[in-house]
Design a protein around this ligand. Structure first.
Ligand code: RIB
Ligand code: CA
Length: 327
């Protein structure tokens, strides 16, 4: 595996034309998923959150779908439909992260359900319908819904305007030393999406691995300042972050909102640096199960891997956007 050189941060080129203003978020709320949804809602002049699809992941599907409804209410967006997707991985046993996101998936913070409930259409069918409308798909949970959509409709690879994924780790993992949670939870789905699907070269999937997301951590001071600067929404986010037990980032003195960075890329790609690579996903039953292997030397790259984050700019902008939700 060729690891990215730790070059100084240089911003990506201007917003690529392959990003649609209309985005759909496939997620497993999940505290950082919740902040990703709030961020999308906080940038109405840059993105339109068309729909949310829930997948199994951090907690079970019933909870992730209900949490998505709670977060859209917190964001003041009861108009955004929430659809429930797949309740389990393609072949793997269910695996969750309740020990990190809390038993209720939101750090123990209780939120009102809000209006609207869960829409009737299945999340997979919604991802297909959104693809037919040329939306950008931001996938920040296990990739089961995305894989099933591609199996049902392989042409989705050319219909979604762009696919942005939070998942994987080039030189690190957070479930095992080799594997990151979203990929580890459904490696067969990840392999379907990242390895056995032919994506247009001009619109390769964008992958946010842990190597990138760990570059921007929210410090205790940042969290306290958010609560002091905003109103009910910011105080709720601070409370959720208080219940977000990520041992790996705790050791680094901050909390990592992985999923918010994937949404941020659709709005502020200038905050990130990416490099092309060929991606493979390990699906055997050994110690490397769920590993993402990135070959940055390949002449046939299959994804754009985010390797650099302007952390101060991202965390400052995130706070300013979240505070705007309380304005
Ligand atoms: O490894 C981090 C990812 O797993 C994030 O998407 C988090 O929400 C969990 O789903
Ligand atoms: Ca997630």
């Amino acid at each position: 595996m060729t690891e990215p050189q730790s070059a100084p941060f240089t911003p990506s080129p201007a917003a690529p034309s392959t990003v649609s203003r209309d985005i759909v978020i496939d997620c497993d709320p999940g505290i950082d998923d919740a902040i990703a949804i709030l961020l999308a809602a906080a940038c109405p002049d840059r993105v339109r959150l068309s729909s949310i699809t829930a997948t199994h992941g951090n907690v079970g599907l019933a909870l992730t779908a209900r949490n998505a409804c709670k977060v859209r209410a917190l964001a003041g967006r009861p108009d955004v439909p929430v659809h429930a997707g797949c309740p389990r991985p393609l072949t793997a046993r269910v695996h969750d992260a309740a020990h990190i996101h809390g038993g209720n998936g939101l750090g123990g913070v209780e939120l009102p359900d809000g209006e609207g409930g869960i829409a009737a259409a299945h999340g997979v069918d919604t991802l297909i319908a959104e693809g037919e409308r040329g939306r950008t798909l931001v996938a920040v949970g296990p990739l089961t819904n995305v894989a099933v959509a591609l199996i049902k409709r392989p042409d989705m690879a050319t219909r979604w305007r762009r696919l942005v994924i939070m998942g994987g780790g080039v030189a690190t993992g957070n479930v095992t030393p080799a594997a990151e949670f979203n990929i580890f939870t459904d490696p067969e789905a990840a392999r379907t999406v990242l390895t056995t699907t032919d994506w247009p070269q001009a619109a390769r999937p964008v992958l946010f691995p842990l190597d990138a997301t760990h570059q921007a951590l929210l410090s205790p001071d940042w969290i306290a300042d958010l609560a002091a600067s905003g109103g009910a929404v910011c105080r709720t986010v601070a409370a959720m972050l208080g219940g977000y037990e990520t041992p790996s980032t705790a050791a680094r003195g901050g909390k990592c909102v992985h999923d918010a960075m994937a949404v941020a890329w659709t709005i502020r790609p200038d905050l990130f640096e990416a490099r092309a690579a060929r991606i493979d996903v390990v699906t055997d039953s050994g110690a490397s199960r769920g590993r993402t292997v990135a070959d940055f030397t390949s002449r046939e790259p299959t994804a754009d891997i985010v390797t650099g984050v302007d952390a101060p700019a991202f965390t400052g902008w995130l706070k300013e956007r979240l505070v705007s939700l309380d304005a």
